[in-house]
Design a protein around this ligand. Structure first.
Ligand SMILES: [Zn+2]
Length: 185
């Protein structure tokens, strides 16, 4: 799935704060955006969907962080808790997408995301056929809605930018391998 889908899924989850703890809702949403993007930094360092993707282990730290944020709700505790939860959601939901390959619609790789405690890759379920598929864009837009409607200022702005980026990426997605090839040359 696109990184925008992951970031917006985090915001959609954090948006519950708008009604339960509005004073920390912005901190939560911004934390969720950072945490939703963070695992995909391993596109550039280490092994993608393995080095910074922890479909199980993020929850081990996210659970106590959420507990602490509930007991001591301030901008810092809420941002950290939302960030870890969003990174956990990102890592776990990558299993619903395609395998890690340049042209995922060709379905030659089944390895979706690495499960460290079991020391093996989880198999791609392909409910979202590939990153940048129309259904992936639909998810990005749907998850962005709470951020656009319930928030103002920076959170709304980031959500709108994510929708624009996701739309542009979806439009050119099948030509990306060609661009990458040219860039590498
Ligand atoms: Zn990912």
């Amino acid at each position: 799935m696109m990184v925008t889908t992951h970031a917006m899924a985090g915001v959609a989850a954090a948006a519950v704060l708008v009604s339960v703890a509005p004073e920390v809702a912005v901190a939560g949403a911004l934390g969720a955006i950072v945490g939703g993007v963070f695992p995909d930094v391993d596109l550039f360092v280490g092994t993608h969907r393995r080095t910074l993707h922890y479909p199980a282990l993020y929850w081990v730290v996210a659970a106590p962080a959420l507990g602490l944020a509930a007991l001591v709700p301030n901008a810092a505790t809420v941002a950290v808790a939302c960030s870890l939860t969003s990174a956990g959601l990102h890592s776990a939901s990558d299993v619903l997408g395609a395998g890690e390959e340049l042209r995922p619609w060709e379905r030659t790789v089944d390895e979706a995301v690495y499960l460290h405690p079991a020391d093996r890759w989880l198999r791609a379920r392909r409910i979202v056929r590939y990153d940048g598929a129309p259904e992936d864009l639909l998810l990005s837009v749907a998850f962005a809605l709470p951020g656009v409607v319930l928030y103002s200022g920076s959170v709304r702005y980031v959500c709108l930018v994510c929708v624009l980026v996701a739309t542009a990426y979806t439009l050119v997605r099948k030509r990306v391998p060609e661009y990458v090839g040219r860039f590498v040359e």
